[in-house]
Write a protein that binds this ligand. Structure first.
Ligand code: FAD
Length: 438
């Protein structure tokens, strides 16, 4: 079996590696347009934070590691066209014939509606290695940077640049940051602290109408102009729209349509990762879930289904965890602001408890649950201490439709240095929000 995979990032590599385990006799080839494999999308920031010695160290795998697993890797080669009827793909170098094709060519972050010209002249995004390489000196030399989009990537970039003593303008069309993952009031302790940072300027409820490049960049908002040495867009990513993509059935948001087993409208062609629309737990409608864990799991599931449709892809919950400006933020599942997407009435509970009996740093928690059944639907966590791992336990509870009553008895370890008397998940169904002995 000849397996061709387009894109050597999270979805493509995980598919290739799992396919190697499942089909030892298969010929597996990954085609990647970049010069390196497995670049981390936040790699540029990690390099600027001195967490990697070189930019090209910010990877999760290497060409060598893939070759050791007998996966052929073709770098700096770009898929241009595809003919599913003939099982044929054409790159800028050659034509190949496949038995199974996996499209894992992911997403891009170009802003399509703010008058930006071609990326050859101006590279506003840092998701991939080639772009990050070009952007790096511009960021290093800039004293003032404007960031368009205050989602996770934009906030992580802002936090890094503030640590580097730059002045940062963060522009966001919504009235608060990270709106996909957190309810506005919940973020109050965090946002109050951010307002004290003198060289950090938020511009909420503002839409960028145009960016003009003179000696510096002029970012035109509705009735305001910001001048900065550099501009980055960290707006939502969207699927790579290539000519060949249009040969397949697409959803209205340009994600690729697949069946439950991740096969596209063309036989023997699968699509994974940031190209697809996925089921989202506790919502009738699926969603676009551009997240690394989702991409990896979809790659694994596609590999399982290459010879025979046997494993349905379950999609995800939209789980995130990050550290920004010294705060740990994590979220999974439904937030209160989007209660309208859930078919039944929801209720919430917000409470604060100290991290452990030794570490008195508060952990702010908010739970969203179904009012009648008390089924857990979502959790948000915020703290200056590292509480991130708790979100994965919460995600498991939501995936398994666990109720708050069940959670009162969830087994957890106790150790006074690392835990409080009871874990946040045990506690949601107990006591009032404000009066509790611990
Ligand atoms: C700045 C930033 C930071 C992020 N940080 C996080 C994070 O911390 N956690 C998280 O969960 N998510 C994060 N994300 C989202 C994450 O990057 C994506 O969900 C993830 O990369 C999707 O993986 P993928 O393999 O589907 O696609 P991609 O990572 O987009 O990879 C697609 C690959 O295909 C290649 N390719 C594209 N077209 C072609 C072609 N025609 N021929 C050959 N090769 C091609 C590309 O070069 C690329 O290597 C971040 C996104 C951004 C923009």
């Amino acid at each position: 079996m000849k397996i061709y995979i387009i894109g050597a990032s999270f979805a493509g590599v995980s598919c290739g590696v799992h396919a190697r385990e499942l089909y030892p006799e298969a010929e597996i080839t990954i085609i990647e347009k970049n010069a390196i494999v497995g670049f981390l999308p936040g790699g540029l920031l990690l390099y600027l934070q001195n967490k990697f010695a070189n930019l090209n160290d910010a990877v999760f795998t290497t060409e060598q590691q893939l070759k050791e697993q007998h996966i052929d890797i073709k770098l700096s080669e770009k898929l241009l066209d595809c003919d599913p009827a003939k099982h044929e793909i054409t790159t800028d170098k050659k034509t190949y014939y496949y038995d199974k094709l996996i499209l894992a060519n992911g997403s891009e972050q170009k802003s399509l509606n703010i008058g930006l010209t071609s990326d050859d002249e101006w590279d506003p995004s840092f998701k991939d290695y080639d772009f990050s390489n070009k952007v790096l000196p511009k960021i290093q030399n800039a004293e003032t940077i404007a960031i368009i989009g205050a989602g996770q990537a934009g906030m992580e970039a802002a936090s890094t640049f503030i640590d580097l003593k730059k002045t940062v303008h963060l522009i966001e069309a919504m009235d608060y940051p990270l709106f996909k993952y957190f309810d506005p009031n919940f973020l109050e302790p965090f946002l109050t602290e951010l307002q004290k940072i003198p060289n950090l300027h938020f511009h909420f409820n503002k839409t960028v109408t145009e960016v003009v490049e003179n000696e510096q960049y002029e970012i035109l908002l509705d009735e305001q102009k910001i001048v900065s040495d550099y501009v980055l867009t960290t707006v939502n990513v969207h699927p790579q729209l290539a000519k060949f993509t249009k040969k397949f059935q697409l959803h209205s948001d340009n994600t690729m349509q697949t069946n439950d087993y991740l096969e596209t409208s063309a036989k023997d062609v699968f699509a994974v990762g940031d190209l697809i629309h996925s089921p989202l737990k506790n919502r009738e409608e699926g969603a676009y879930l551009p997240q690394i864990n989702h991409a990896i799991r979809s790659g694994i599931v596609a590999a399982e289904n290459l010879q025979q449709a046997q494993m349905k892809f379950k999609g995800g919950l939209r789980t995130i965890g990050t550290k920004i400006f010294g705060w740990h933020l994590a979220s999974t599942g439904l937030i209160e602001e989007e209660a309208f997407v859930y078919s039944n009435e929801i209720a919430t509970k917000t409470f604060t408890q100290t991290a452990s009996l030794v570490d008195k740093t508060p952990i702010y928690c908010k739970a969203v649950f179904e009012k009648s059944s008390k089924k857990l639907l979502g959790i948000q966590l915020l703290s200056q201490t590292n509480c991130l791992e708790k979100i994965n336990t919460a995600a498991l509870a939501i995936e398994n439709e666990v109720t708050l009553t069940d959670l009162m008895q969830k087994d957890s370890f106790f150790q006074p240095e690392f835990t409080n008397i009871i874990e946040p998940l045990n506690r949601i169904n107990m006591g009032s929000e404000t009066h509790h002995a611990f």
